[in-house]
Design a protein around this ligand. Structure first.
Ligand code: ATP
Length: 508
């Protein structure tokens, strides 16, 4: 999980070569930070979304779904604070003409100090072996103490300048730390300016400001403005949740990390409405639940870690991220936020409608508090892909690339392959394909040697290959080859469907 640019590049190339992710409008040289999902990418993405939807909506009797529109009344974004505060501080290097997020430049600097600490610890741990006391070393080693003090000092200046919107102070910090542009290598910086991340467009034929609408930067607000509709028509009792998945748009300043940071992306969000005062308990509950969901994808625990926000957003009273060990380092995958009653209260104020819940047990009305879980579908896709990507050297000296995706998420569950393209094998294989295709996503192919076809299925993560050979015509048996072990098992055609269904079931 170390920072591994080389591996990251290989994964991006693989994703393109095998039909998972293409740059948008590629024949026109692409559009920055926008991507299209190809034939296998869309299947993997759908499977992850379905896993989320079922875990949230189907498995909780008190959570319902929603599909709200991308366009919303412009006042929604006034009320939510996005018009005034959904900004990132940006800075330009005058020589390279490249634009950066000023806070990210400083955070990268801090990350380098943290790396230095890790390196000191590794070095000492190798030197002292079993006798190494990590805690003691962290507390007493002069170099570690120096790095830590420096990093804490910088962090506190960064957060205070962000919280107080002191852009000149942020600029001074970049200057003092001697941060250079990675492209030009110079310190020739512009001032820091705030940049609003929302895309706007005009609705209807009005040319003036009255017709300005925004492309939603998060799906959450669609849930808040429908709170009353859903609560009343669904007769929902607190605590209850509303879940939704859908596109969100942000005019990101720095967008060069594949589907990790896009200008058009997809979110999967839950807003869980609770009694005021109960939010901390529910916050802990959802932190745990969401981690379980991630581990359910078969990725080991050490790829994930919680990160507590030091700087809380204007609406939150607690916030944790779930970070994932991508090849580009540990980065945010999901945010879990205790949003208090900020959003509903604000919509109440701006809309003039009473947005409250009458609690029959307490016999009082109140504005519910909200715990939110917000995960990026594209980042989860990238997590699954980067964990799954495996280069293997086989016993016979050959190599293969295999995507070790959990079977229930794999784009294709079973490939149906006649050993050769004659002797009635394709017809028999097609008969099997036609039966299986109603149960799960299957793939049929007869071109090329069977070995090459297996490799192609390995490369897209297909867990099972069913091969039809001459023996099939005699005794109705086929071989089922398992992707990871490459072990082949001969089974009767009547058993194929059941065996594979059992293997791709989530509980496995
Ligand atoms: P970051 O700090 O990385 O910009 P954020 O804290 O702004 O992320 P949230 O507003 O909490 O992100 O959004 C919830 C989730 O949506 C994130 O955890 C992430 O998975 C996803 N997400 C946010 N911005 C993007 C983006 N530009 N491209 C892809 N996914 C994104």
């Amino acid at each position: 999980m170390a920072n591994n640019e080389e591996l990251f590049k290989k994964i991006i190339a693989h994703a393109k070569e095998y039909g998972f992710v293409f740059p948008s409008s590629e024949i026109y040289d692409g559009l920055a930070a926008v991507y299209d999902y190809g034939q296998y990418g869309v299947e993997l993405k759908n499977n992850i979304r379905e896993y989320w939807w079922k875990s949230m909506v189907q498995h909780h009797e008190n959570i319902v779904g929603l599909d709200s529109a991308i366009f919303m009344h412009p006042t929604v974004w006034k009320a939510s604070g996005h018009v005034d505060a959904f900004n990132d501080p940006m800075i330009d290097n005058k020589d390279s003409k490249k634009r950066y997020r000023a806070d990210v430049l400083v955070e990268d600097y801090i990350a380098k100090l943290d790396d230095k600490i890790s390196r000191e610890v590794d070095k000492a741990s190798r030197r002292f072996g079993d006798a190494f006391d990590r805690e003691m070393f962290l507390q007493t080693n002069p170099r570690v103490i120096e790095y830590r003090n420096e990093s804490e000092k910088i962090r506190s200046r960064l957060y205070s300048s962000l919280a107080n919107n002191e852009l000149a102070e942020l600029r001074a910090l970049i200057e003092e730390l001697g941060i250079t542009c990675p492209i030009s290598g110079t310190r020739n910086w512009t001032d820091v300016r705030q940049f609003n991340l929302m895309f706007s467009t005009q609705m209807g034929s009005l040319g003036d400001g009255a017709g300005t609408v925004y492309l939603r930067p998060e799906t959450a607000q669609g849930i808040f403005v429908n709170y009353l509709n859903v609560q009343k028509t669904g007769r929902m009792k607190i605590p209850f949740g509303i879940a939704q998945t859908g596109k969100a748009f942000r005019n990101e300043i720095v967008a060069r990390q594949f589907v990790f940071r896009m200008r058009e992306f997809e979110q999967m969000e839950l807003q869980f409405f609770v009694r005021p005062g109960d939010e901390k308990r529910w916050f802990e509950y959802w932190k745990e639940e969401r981690m379980k969901w991630h581990l359910g994808m078969g990725i080991p625990e050490h790829y994930y870690r919680f990160h507590e926000h030091e700087k809380l957003a204007h609406y939150a009273n607690a916030a944790f991220d779930i970070e994932f060990g991508f090849p580009i380092g540990y980065k945010e995958l999901e945010g879990i936020h205790s949003r208090t009653d900020f959003d509903l209260t604000s919509h109440q104020k701006f809309s003039g409608r009473k947005i409250q819940y009458f609690d029959p047990e307490l016999n009082v009305s109140y504005v519910p508090y909200v715990v939110e879980t917000s995960i990026g579908l594209d980042r989860t896709f990238m997590a699954v892909l980067s964990y799954a990507y495996t280069e293997e050297k086989l016993d016979d000296g050959s190599e293969r690339v295999v995507l070790k995706i959990m079977p229930f998420l794999a784009p294709i569950k079973a490939a149906v392959l006649p050993l050769i393209k004659k002797d009635g094998l394709p017809e028999k294989a097609m008969e099997i394909f036609d039966r299986l295709k109603f149960e799960y996503m299957c793939f049929y192919e007869e071109k090329d040697s069977i070995g090459r076809r297996y490799r192609r299925q390995d490369a897209i993560g297909t867990p099972y290959c069913i091969t039809i050979d001459h023996q099939t015509l005699e005794d109705q048996t086929v071989t089922i080859r398992e992707r990871d072990t490459m072990i082949q098992e001969r089974v009767h055609t009547d058993r194929i469907s059941g065996i594979i269904a059992e293997k791709i079931a989530k509980r496995n």
